[in-house]
Design a protein around this ligand. Structure first.
Ligand code: NAD
Length: 279
């Protein structure tokens, strides 16, 4: 079972984020791509960040501009400080400001603990955790500089961190990834506490199993799908749009009083599905 793209895509109010400028990292693929497009559909101007795969980024830009908003593709490695600083400065110059940051870029380098190299550990921490820190820090400087513009949003800025159900579910063979997402949870909550008095809202979205290139092996074969569905009470694998819609909601003033929360978008994966029959 899976929702059709058409039905899940067309539910976004077109003016929800009108006049807002959104930066989405890792937006040339999977969840980031769907999120960038959904933000555009909601009326935001969007910067599509990518580190490799310019063509895909340009295609996303084309899809977004078809909604009558502005979009551009910016290359930057989110784990490299100079590149993040240059990207956010460029966005402020070319788009005027940043209202919404979706810190989405992420990757996996899987290995059993005793086989995991320091390089594999470090790469995942650098991109998944340090990358979000750098982007959040730079976006926050702009939020603080500009302050609240009531005609645009009740908040001075919104940060949505892309976490994972593995911020609370341990994951054998993925100690680097699970640790990075556990870190994202605490980083998000700490930033939320620190920045709320400045009217900056920081929240996270924690996807479960979403069909994207990052987890191809988990849904590619019929057997893999069947195994995966055992872990999902709602009995369907998620679409990138399922996550994108949660991000659009959190970024909007509809959720202006939501601060420091993780929204699980997981079909119930965090409900200990094994206990439905056992325990
Ligand atoms: P994906 O592989 O399709 O997308 C990841 C994106 O991040 C790609 O565009 C990639 O190029 C980009 N990226 C990687 N390193 C980067 C860097 N250094 N700088 C800039 N961009 C970089 O996978 P996805 O599933 O869309 O993953 C997006 C986010 O969602 C990740 O943070 C991932 O951990 C999270 N997530 C995904 C799932 C899932 O089931 N797919 C579940 C939980 C969390």
């Amino acid at each position: 079972m899976s929702s059709t793209e058409g039905t899940s895509r067309n539910v976004i109010p077109a003016q929800l984020l009108r006049g807002q400028k959104a930066l989405v990292t890792g937006a040339n693929s999977g969840i980031g791509r769907a999120t960038a497009i959904a933000l555009g559909r909601a009326g935001a101007d969007v910067v599509v960040n990518y580190v490799a795969g310019r063509e895909e980024a340009e295609k996303a830009v084309e899809e977004i501009t078809a909604f009558g908003v502005r979009a551009a593709a910016y290359e930057a490695d989110v784990s490299v400080e100079d590149q993040v600083v240059a990207m956010t400065n460029r966005m402020v110059q070319e788009f005027g400001t940043i209202d919404i940051l979706v810190a989405n870029a992420g990757l996996q380098r899987d290995a059993a603990l005793t086989d995991m190299t320091l390089a594999q550990w470090q790469k995942v921490l650098d991109v998944n955790l340090t990358g979000q820190f750098l982007c959040a820090r730079e976006a926050t400087k702009e939020f603080l500089r500009r302050g609240v513009v009531p005609e645009v949003s009740r908040a001075a800025g919104k940060i949505i961190c892309m976490s994972s159900v593995h911020q609370i579910i341990p994951w054998a063979g993925h100690v680097n990834y699970a640790s990075s997402k556990g870190g994202v949870q605490m980083m998000m909550a700490t930033m939320a506490q620190e920045l709320a008095p400045k009217r900056i809202r920081v929240n996270a979205v924690a996807p479960g199993a979403i069909k994207t290139p990052i987890n191809r092996s988990a849904w590619e074969t019929a057997q893999a799908q069947e195994d995966l569905l055992q872990l999902i009470p709602y009995k369907r694998i998620g679409d990138p749009e399922d996550v994108a819609h949660a991000v659009v909601g959190l970024a909007s003033d509809l959720m202006d009083y939501v601060v420091g929360t993780t929204l699980y978008v997981d079909g119930g994966m965090t409900l200990f599905p094994g206990f439905a029959t056992g325990g």
